[in-house]
Ligand binder design. Structure first.
Ligand code: UD1
Ligand code: CA
Length: 447
């Protein structure tokens, strides 16, 4: 019925008639410091396309619809716990503290009081594997169900098995155990099949096995990987589920791996937008954070950055070399061109800032022209202030708007005008100079 080896081919899709066997508990290990990162951050807090790495993994866990998610925290636990807040509306996420990090097995041991004697089907993930897909995890769970009281684990055969634990097969080709690279013999290091650190266990046997782990190994750590050998020794099935899209296997241990993960996730994000009708001219130099919404027909020219919390309408034009900073909203047809930065701002329909501008903390109406070199001076050294620019205003080149200030409908500023804080450029008025003052408009046709 099920072969000894299940191969998934990319792009991963889940086509199984039986419904996915939902896990009862998902455990995510996120207590480690990540010494190989050399940054001092909690590793799982590494920024990845607009959110911390752990958020990607928690989202995956929730996609399996488990009854609960236990996140093991330790190093900088408060920061990691704070990042978990708000990720699940159903509030299934609980944290377990591993005060001292004595290995992945020890981390899971810390969950024993929460797990109880029969935690049902348990999925175990590491917080440093942000590229896994829900499809792979669903297959893992379905395959575990087929073993009845056994376990399943994800494996891969990457070109470079750097740092991964190797899968050791027994005489009958079943999985006998996992050996960590640091404990492996020269012969074992040549094994190509690696452990991705993603498991689905019969929870009862997991709970029985955990107290039996020992730290007699090269790293003096309790390895959860030793549980695999225990399943096999007890005559329970250990089913390897191989993934063939190598990018899913990226485990982030160093900043080099973080960059690889970012590139792979970025490609997924940009492709999703392109398939929804966003014209991304050069995906390789376009950065779009997780969660950004973009309407169809928007054109993004090369070397543009769109940060988290942004919402871009349809038919907009962005770039080249545009920086759409956090929490920017562009209404339909708005344009942000070369060397323009926006932040916490809204541009109304068909408004334009085509060259060299900074727009911060601004609410800009429809059909406004923001001239080249315009600066919204939103920061007074202590606080940020808001600027409001009403519909059809025209800001001349080099205008400086010292916030808080505002313009009325159809207002104009002359080139290099400095609108000082607290000023309001009245509807239809023209203000010029430094500090800017109202100037009578010439009547059309007069000399
Ligand atoms: C682990 C596996 C290895 C596998 C690889 C896949 C073990 C012993 N080894 O190695 O077989 O090929 O992942 O990426 O499991 N953590 C804790 N508490 C601890 C130690 C670690 O929470 O005491 C967390 C870390 O924060 C991290 C995860 O567990 O998110 C994995 O730890 P890491 O040290 O990165 O394991 P690897 O050496 O990569
Ligand atoms: Ca790792």
């Amino acid at each position: 019925m099920f072969g000894p080896f299940v191969v998934l081919t990319g792009p991963l899709r889940f086509h199984r008639e039986s419904p996915m066997s939902r896990p009862d508990t998902v455990i995510i290990l996120a207590a480690g410091q990540g010494t190989r990162m050399k940054t001092g951050w909690a590793k799982v807090m590494a920024p990845l396309c607009g959110r911390p790495m752990i958020a990607w993994v928690v989202e995956l866990a929730l996609a399996l619809d488990p009854k609960r998610v236990l996140v093991v925290v330790g190093y900088k636990a408060d920061e990691v716990t704070a990042a978990l807040a708000g990720l699940d509306s159903k509030q299934r996420i609980r944290t377990v503290v591993q005060a001292e990090q004595k290995g992945t097995g020890h981390a899971v041991q810390c969950c024993l009081p929460e797990l109880g004697p029969d935690p049902g089907r348990v999925v175990l993930l590491y917080g440093d594997m942000p590229l896994l897909t829900a499809e792979s995890l669903e297959l893992l769970c379905t395959e575990q169900a087929a073993t009845k009281d056994g376990m399943a684990l994800l494996t891969a055969q990457p070109a470079n098995p750097r740092g991964f634990g190797r899968i050791v097969r027994g005489a009958d080709d079943s999985v006998a155990r996992i050996v960590e690279e640091k404990d492996a013999t020269t012969g074992e290091r040549t094994l190509r099949e690696v452990n991705l650190g993603v498991y689905c266990f019969d929870g009862r046997f997991l709970v029985e096995s955990l107290p039996k782990l020992s730290d007699r190994n090269a790293q003096r750590e309790y390895y959860v990987t030793d549980v695999v050998g225990m399943f096999s020794q007890a005559g329970r099935r250990v089913l390897p589920v191989e993934i063939t899209d190598e990018r899913e296997a990226i485990g982030v241990n160093t900043l080099v791996h973080l960059a690889e993960a970012r590139a792979a996730l970025q490609q997924r994000i940009v492709e999703t937008h392109m398939l929804a009708g966003v014209f991304v001219e050069d995906p390789a130099t376009t950065y779009i954070a997780h969660g950004v919404t973009i309407g169809a027909g928007t054109h993004i020219a090369p070397c543009s950055v769109i940060e988290k919390g942004c919402s871009i309408g349809a038919g907009c034009h962005i770039g080249p070399f545009a920086h759409i900073g956090e929490d920017t909203t562009l209404d339909d047809g708005a344009e942000i061109g070369n060397f323009t930065e926006t932040k916490r701002s809204r541009l109304g329909k068909k408004s334009k800032a085509k060259h060299l501008a900074y727009i911060g903390d601004a609410v800009i109406g429809e059909r406004v022209n923001v001239g080249a070199g315009t600066v919204f001076a939103n920061y007074d050294g202590a606080k940020k202030h808001k600027t409001t620019v009403a519909d059809r205003s025209f800001l001349g080149c080099g205008t400086v708007l010292v916030a808080p200030c505002s313009t009325g409908e159809g207002a104009t500023t002359g080139a290099n005008a400095v609108v000082t804080h607290g000023s309001h450029v009245g509807a239809g008025e023209l203000w010029v100079g430094v500090p800017a003052k109202a100037k009578a408009r010439r009547k059309s046709g007069s000399a």
